[in-house]
Write a protein that binds this ligand. Sequence first.
Ligand SMILES: NC(=O)c1ccc[n+]([C@@H]2O[C@H](COP(=O)([O-])OP(=O)(O)OC[C@H]3O[C@@H](n4cnc5c(N)ncnc54)[C@H](OP(=O)(O)O)[C@@H]3O)[C@@H](O)[C@H]2O)c1
Length: 162
Amino acid sequence: MILSIIAAAGKNDEIGKGNRLLCRLPADLKHFKEITQGHAVIMGRKTFESLPNGALPNRKNIVLSRNKELKINGADVYPALDPALIRLANEKEVFIIGGAQIYAQALPAAGKIYLTKIHAAFPEADAFFPRFDLREWREISRETFPADEKNPYPYSFIELIR
Ligand SMILES: NC(=O)c1ccc[n+]([C@@H]2O[C@H](COP(=O)([O-])OP(=O)(O)OC[C@H]3O[C@@H](n4cnc5c(N)ncnc54)[C@H](OP(=O)(O)O)[C@@H]3O)[C@@H](O)[C@H]2O)c1
């Protein structure tokens, strides 16, 4: 199984504010859906709560929470990352979809990062992608797009492996 991280981050690694995304970037939502469709996605409890329509359709939703009482419609709740990964060991690719706490814990075990770099700064951000050593990673793909009428900022879809 390959453990992949998928995230959208601003110029300064910003990923969220007030338990919401930084901006609406429909092209990135489409990209996220295309890449994660049909796979298992692992997220923190706060990120789950930020989803506008609950569990993501056509994906096995896994939520991490230390709350043993927590039950979520459409998602399996795990008390830690490792038991979730053991349960998913037979999957081809598993996606860590955030937020900041879960990215930081999963990064050491990840083999691939799908990073949408949003070419703008978000000074009001309160959640950040963890620092990582770029020298450990190799960029295998990058596509850059300008802002347009639907997407307010230019952005790049980047894929890194190690
Ligand atoms: N830009 C992006 O790509 C992107 C993607 C996803 C999320 N986000 C943003 O990120 C922000 C949320 O990130 P966050 O760091 O505040 O929260 P988070 O990582 O989504 O969730 C944190 C919660 O996960 C649970 N948790 C953390 N570590 C755990 C562990 N080892 N074992 C079991 N449970 C564990 C805890 O839940 P309990 O408190 O229930 O125990 C904790 O409160 C939001 O602004 C969201 O919009 C951005």
